[in-house]
Design a protein around this ligand. Sequence first.
Ligand SMILES: O=C(O)CCC(=O)C(=O)O
Ligand SMILES: [Fe+2]
Length: 301
Amino acid sequence: MSAYDVAAETPVRSIGNHFSRKGFGNNTVIDCPPLPMPAERTVDEHVAAIYQDGFTVIKNAIPRDQVPHVKEIMASFKNHRDGDGYSSWGYGKDGERREDIKFIQRSGGGPCGHPDLLPYTNIPIVMDILNIVLAHHFHIVGGTCWLTGPGRHPMGLHSDWMAVSLPEDVIADPRVVVPVYECFAHFYLNDMTPDMGPTVVVPGSHRSGRIPQNETSWNGNDAGCFCCEAGDMILFNNAIWHGAMPNISDEVRYLYQIQYANKRIGTVHGQALAVKDEVIAQANDEQKRLLGVVRNEGGYY
Ligand SMILES: O=C(O)CCC(=O)C(=O)O
Ligand SMILES: [Fe+2]
């Protein structure tokens, strides 16, 4: 039995296992309706949506005229894993596993990898929202650029980090407000259509207090997908149940992710981010602080 199987069999609310509370993606959604794209929101409305629905949408987070340049940078990053950046199997348009389809699946780089990505680390409205949601002094704990090509199979519903698991009747009590521990910013660089493998979320599922167990809806809310325009971003609570539909189009999907957390939470890999020298050279003070490349002079430590 692999470590994965052992972990998958661990009871959902076991005491002392909160820090490995990542869902296992064992249930997939291959088709679901696009979620409505909200009209422009104020900072308070964005914050309320993150608590209530688990996500909010920032339109034009990357200006449309910058989208081709960002895609070019993303395509220039090396794969973070060994190998040629192609999957070992794929997903046919007929919905079947196909050994002859190898889709491009590359992830690497991110906010530390190129100075021209710096402006997207501290977008003013996102800073205002996160200052409330993650509390003052949050930082970047990870980030990746994903290219997922035609044949990318569906990604199962999972929770990136359900930091606090609670019994349903406890978490349903309106006096219980679980803090937001981490937020993912997902920037989409394509005009997303359902066949391109959009990200899927189950609205409100961050309030389930548990990772998904072979289910694709929670509390009456069914999964929906994000079909936004190139340059748009979703900002979501990492505890939300999410995944992706298969890419059955002929286009490569470009997804740029930045992960933010309260300053008292470490990076995803437990090490300082590998920020390139040319990125540090061009970063302003706020960007350096977010990327963890400045020392806290004169503080307690
Ligand atoms: O590919 C997607 O849309 C989702 C990616 C994701 O959930 C992850 O990287 O954890
Ligand atoms: Fe995820």
